[in-house]
Design a binder for this molecule. Structure first.
Ligand SMILES: Nc1nc2c(ncn2[C@@H]2O[C@H](COP(=O)(O)OP(=O)(O)OP(=O)(O)O)[C@@H](O)[C@H]2O)c(=O)[nH]1
Ligand SMILES: [Mg+2]
Ligand SMILES: [Zn+2]
Length: 313
């Protein structure tokens, strides 16, 4: 039978994609298909999260393929996902210790792609004090922050409610962060029926093994057509973030949302808020007065120097 429908790619493994679509009777269905030749090339590759057209003839073996990718709202390289609305930036209060610069880079990438960053701090059981200290930094910067621990399941209730109310109607969210911070554990706590496998931290090196190897979207409300989707993603190691040169230098400041009240208020119109002192730079002054967290300004400066370096070769 000839077949054509639009759907969403929820999984991609070994060139085979699972596409979720609604059939003529309104029922949710899944089909497992390959992409047509041109959509297998690197710069045209299908991403999880894509809205696609599946067409062909289901009477012919392998006759049904993804024939078209509908325009993307945004696409990320890491995690490899498109059309994200929310990015849960996950880090542990301890073990592994958070690296604020990495966290701020993730936030910057999300902001630049118009994806709402939401902060999730895990392993609060290992240090409530550290968890609250980081929570304060990101709340002050204007983000929604959730503090969790897998030892205290009720801690997850506010995050569950947030997902129920924000991740609806095809909206898509992903959990991203360094390996071993507890992203998969969190997904299992939020959606117990998933039972995803998690890593066990080696006591000797205190680092998680990479367990999650692929990106997959899960429907928050099962077969309800108005569901939203959440994705677990493979953790990255810090080195993965070394290349950070896609952003124009002048676009950086807008990705640090709490800087905005001070932009345009520096003594010199061309202030880059890089190394300028509090006497001339309004952002440096705000940091000195405790209105901007020092770690956020230092992340900004460090990313800025990477971007400046980029333009010199
Ligand atoms: N103490 C404590 N340990 C946790 C918590 N959440 C997760 N862990 C442990 O941290 C380790 C890593 O958890 P995972 O959920 O596999 O981490 P992940 O972020 O999915 O890691 P990757 O898939 O490699 O990216 C496991 O041993 C978990 O049991 C928590 O809230 N508290
Ligand atoms: Mg995982
Ligand atoms: Zn300035």
């Amino acid at each position: 039978m000839k077949f054509e429908t639009n759907g969403r790619v929820v999984k991609g493994l070994g060139g085979l994609y699972d596409v979720r679509y609604t059939d003529a009777s309104g029922a949710v269905r899944y089909v497992s298909v390959r992409a047509k030749g041109v959509l297998r090339l690197d710069d045209e590759r299908v991403l999880v999260g894509d809205l696609v057209t599946v067409s062909g003839d289901d009477a012919v073996p392998d006759g049904t393929v993804i024939s078209r990718i509908l325009p993307r709202r945004c696409a990320l390289i890491r995690p490899p996902l498109s059309n994200l609305d929310l990015l849960f930036v996950v880090f542990a209060a301890r073990s592994p210790s958070p690296v604020t610069e990495t966290i701020d880079k993730m936030i910057c990438i999300a902001e630049h792609n118009r994806i709402e960053p939401v902060i999730v701090i895990t392993k609060a059981d290992l240090s409530d004090e550290d968890a609250q200290r980081y929570a304060a930094i990101y709340r002050k910067a204007g983000f929604e922050v959730f503090v969790t621990s897998h030892t205290r399941p009720s801690d997850l209730d506010p995050l569950k409610q947030y997902i129920q109310s924000h991740v609806t109607d095809g909206r898509t969210a992903a959990f991203a962060g360094a390996s071993g911070v507890g992203k998969t554990t969190l997904m299992n706590g939020l959606f117990p029926s998933l039972s995803l496998p998690t890593a066990h931290i080696s006591r000797k090196i205190e680092r998680g093994r990479h367990t999650t190897r692929h990106v997959e979207l899960f429907a928050v409300r099962g077969d309800d057509p108005s569901t939203g989707f959440v994705a677990d993603t493979p953790g990255f190691s810090l080195l993965d973030f070394e290349r950070f040169d896609f952003l124009a230098e002048e676009d950086l400041v807008a990705t640090f949302r709490e800087f905005s009240p001070y932009v345009g208020k520096c003594t010199y119109a061309d202030c880059s808020h890089g190394g300028e002192g509090a006497d001339s730079c309004a952002i440096a002054r705000a940091a000195e007065q405790g209105r901007i967290a020092p770690s956020r300004l230092s992340s900004y400066r460090s990313i800025l120097s990477v971007l400046k370096h980029k333009t010199t070769y």
